[in-house]
Design a protein around this ligand. Sequence first.
Ligand code: AMP
Ligand code: FES
Ligand code: ZN
Length: 330
Amino acid sequence: MPAICRRCRSKPAEVRLPYARMSLCPDCFRRYFEDRIRRTVEEFKMFKSQDTVGVAVSGGKDSAALLHGLRQAFPGLKLVALHVDLGIKKYSEHCLEKVRALTRGLEVELHVFDLKRELGFSIDDFRLTPYRRKICAPCGTIKRHLFDELAREAGVKVLATGHNLDDVVGTMLTTFLAGDWSQLVRLKPVLPPLSPLQTRKVKPLLRSPEWEDLLYAAYSDLPFRDIGCPHAGGTRVRRNQELLEALSRRNPAFRHQTLNNFLRLIPILEKHVDQPPLTTCRRCGYPSSAEVCAYCRRVELVKNTLEKRRQRSKLNPLLRGINRDQANDI
Ligand code: AMP
Ligand code: FES
Ligand code: ZN
């Protein structure tokens, strides 16, 4: 006989939550997921009910679950969806389609930043730069900067991202193992802006395991991408997540316990770890630890690379012509 849902005690249970020793039916699981979002937002005072909250939607399951979950958990809250079209061949078109379907279905206003149209390059163009094997790195820097620009354009002061429990604990572990204390401090659930150009960043899914985001999105019939980014590779964070996966098999509450301990550690670290001194980027005006920020440097690199390539392709037919003429002279 199938197990009965622990909450409603009437329908068959389909979802087993081993860390909570509980099995739920799909409807009760969705309520449980939404309650957890509400409690997380309240626990960390992420935003107030009268705020307009920007939600960074990528086309993936996490941010789809986040947008729908926030709508259910806070029915009166004004939400605006923000998407960066990265111009990655096939992948970005697919993501944008899903984002449009999701926001249309939930009747949420959508703002899109089209990288190719606005800045003249795509993330694929980093293949021509020394980042060719680790495109995720400049992509992350560019996305983070553009989230702020999009949020400003949409007039939102709070920006929610779909980072889940696995992402947060994986990144915490990676920065911890690297001894990068100032970066670890920046992983807190609420990151206040460092300048008026930035928004407050919040992670309402930080207590939601990745697998549950997928289940929630599927049970709620949300559109989300079913292809992966062609540039995703074996990053350090990914490898540490595999390590966490193995540890969680032995102790299902491992990630939750690790997160709670990290969250206790952060205020202590904050008192003792000096953040690198910040100045203002002389190109874009955003806070930066160098004269020109990482975003502006990556943009300059890819634009210069594309320009050199354009010059070379203009010269090539000329050079070929010269060679032919020289050959005719011989
Ligand atoms: P990732 O860094 O790809 O794991 O994404 C983490 C979170 O960042 C997602 O859950 C989204 O909230 C946000 N995000 C990532 N890519 C995009 C994008 N292209 N446009 C808007 N938001 C994004
Ligand atoms: Fe950024 Fe894949 S989404 S490299
Ligand atoms: Zn800059």
